[in-house]
Design a protein around this ligand. Structure first.
Ligand SMILES: [Zn+2]
Ligand SMILES: [Zn+2]
Length: 129
């Protein structure tokens, strides 16, 4: 494998160290807080390169991409549009139905992303109150 620059290695280490779903701004803040001198453009380029190399995964949200570790089992996401909480889930029937839908179109799936938007249980409770 191609050797990573120190900055890209730092980005990769940060993302691999937790189960979070990071956006580029959060990555910059965390690295700068840890004493690095790195700017947003470098982080954007680094995230894109790491994703191309398959070292991290991303989910595309309405307004931005978020990145996560690439070594987790396949899962999909639910996103709270009020507080930003991201829940991971995986549902066998949904997975099977996607394969069936693709097969019906003669489409050979290489992957998919499913993002569901709504209110998490906490925010749903507060909205009702
Ligand atoms: Zn919420
Ligand atoms: Zn995830």
């Amino acid at each position: 494998m191609q050797r990573l620059t120190a900055q890209r290695q730092a980005i990769l280490d940060l993302i691999n160290a937790s189960n979070r779903h990071w956006d580029a701004d959060e990555v910059v803040r965390a690295l700068v807080d840890a004493g690095a001198s790195i700017g947003i453009a470098t982080v954007y380029r680094g995230l894109a390169a790491l994703e191309t190399q398959g070292l991290i995964d991303s989910i595309q949200l309405a307004d931005k991409k978020r990145y996560e570790r690439a070594d987790k089992a396949h899962h999909d996401h639910m996103i709270c549009t009020s507080c930003g909480l991201i829940e991971e889930f995986s549902h066998d029937t949904i997975e099977e139905l996607q394969l069936a839908a693709a097969a019906k179109k003669g489409f050979r799936l290489t992957g998919h992303q499913l993002v569901m938007f709504g209110y998490c249980s906490q925010c749903a409770k507060e909205l009702k109150a």
